[in-house]
Design a binder for this molecule. Structure first.
Ligand code: TYM
Length: 331
């Protein structure tokens, strides 16, 4: 039976803070654990494309493991590991780089955005980032990649690379597909609702962090940018209200239709308060579990070590096949 399960792989960077946007995507990961064979990685190698403070990166990597488990990833049913603990990611990345045209890399939205944001450090890693991401995915013969909408282009590039490689050497890689939620696949900034809510936003009020205290969450929602119309309905010309409705939907499971009916005739003040409370209620159990887990370093490290060993066993087999296909002498 095991072999018929779909393989799912996804990753998250251990940098900055885990936002409500990340949560909107990551909350789907635990739901896949029974029906699929799931592998989740904390991608520390991706994180150093932007300069990091080493001690912070180390601390945040362990914190991310605690947060993912607190969100429901069960190490007994999924593999959870740190990317740099499995060397095959970097090794496969080199091979795949030789199957990816330069132009495909320079047209990536994330490359363009990050190079505009860090003009003083447009390094090679920032450009080749999607190749490492393709290696993450293809190394595990992944069928589906659950991500937010901002990662769609990267997953599509991984597909192109897999198809190009397969075109030369036969069916080596499973061609992966993005799995993007229909709702809240892109949680937007609370201050500029046409921009994605991002860990690195300089404006504190724009971003809800998973570990924000209830009073902070309430304040951020009260300050959220809306519009002057005063009705709670989803529309493209009402990005602020639509975003708040998506967030409320994430936390309560309600549809836009249900939300519109619930708040018919009410003002933004009441609505914002309700959204904030739904977020506080959804995050509370995760925050409590996170704090409990973080106090148990030995447990977390044990999970990550075991996860790396299990991931490595799969990765080695695929890498060996690729090395053979491209003609590396095996002695
Ligand atoms: P990262 O670390 O930026 O984000 C982790 C996941 O959260 C999603 N996400 C959002 N979803 C909805 N609304 C938002 N505002 C929002 N912001 C972030 C992201 O889409 C992502 O799914 N390159 C990836 C990490 C990665 C990866 C991989 C993912 C590396 N290798 C292989 C999948 C497969 C990234 O930087 O995600």
């Amino acid at each position: 039976m095991e072999e018929t399960k779909k393989r799912v792989f996804s990753g998250i960077q251990p940098t900055g803070v885990f936002t409500l946007g990340n949560y909107s995507t990551v909350r789907h990961w635990p739901k896949l654990q029974d029906e699929c064979d799931c592998i989740y990685s904390i991608v520390d190698q991706h994180a150093i494309t932007v300069r990091q403070t080493p001690a912070d990166l180390r601390r945040q990597t362990r914190e991310m493991a605690a947060l993912l488990i607190a969100c429901g990833i069960d190490p007994a049913r999924s593999i959870l590991f740190i990317q740099s603990h499995v060397p095959a990611h970097a090794q496969l990345s080199w091979v795949l780089g030789c199957f990816c045209p330069f132009g495909d890399l320079t047209r990536m939205h994330q490359f363009k955005e990050k190079s505009a944001k860090h003009p003083e450090d447009i390094n090679g890693g920032l450009l080749t980032y999607p190749i490492l991401m393709a290696a993450d995915i293809l190394l595990y013969q992944t069928d589906e990649v659950p991500v937010g909408d901002d990662q769609r282009q990267h997953v599509e590039l991984a597909r192109d690379i897999a198809q190009r490689f397969n075109g030369v050497y036969g069916d080596v890689f499973t061609v992966p597909a993005p799995r993007i939620s229909k709702t809240a696949a892109r949680v937007m900034s609370l201050q500029e609702p046409t921009k994605k809510m991002s860990k690195s936003d300089a404006n504190e009020n724009a971003v809800v962090r998973m570990l924000d205290e209830p009073d902070v969450i309430l304040r951020k929602f009260k300050r959220a940018v809306t519009d002057s119309e005063g009705t709670i309905r989803a529309a493209t010309d009402k990005p602020g209200v639509t975003n708040l409705m998506s967030i409320y939907g994430v936390c309560t499971g309600k549809t836009f239709g249900q939300i519109e009916a619930e708040f018919a005739g009410q003002g933004y003040g009441v609505f914002k308060q309700a959204v904030a409370e739904s977020v506080i209620d959804a995050l509370r159990p995760v925050q409590e579990e996170y704090k409990r887990l973080l106090a148990d370093k030995a447990y977390l490290d044990g999970v990550l070590k075991d996860g790396a060993a299990r991931a490595d066993a799969i990765a080695q087999r695929v890498l060996a096949r690729v090395y053979k296909k491209v003609g590396f002498l095996q002695i």
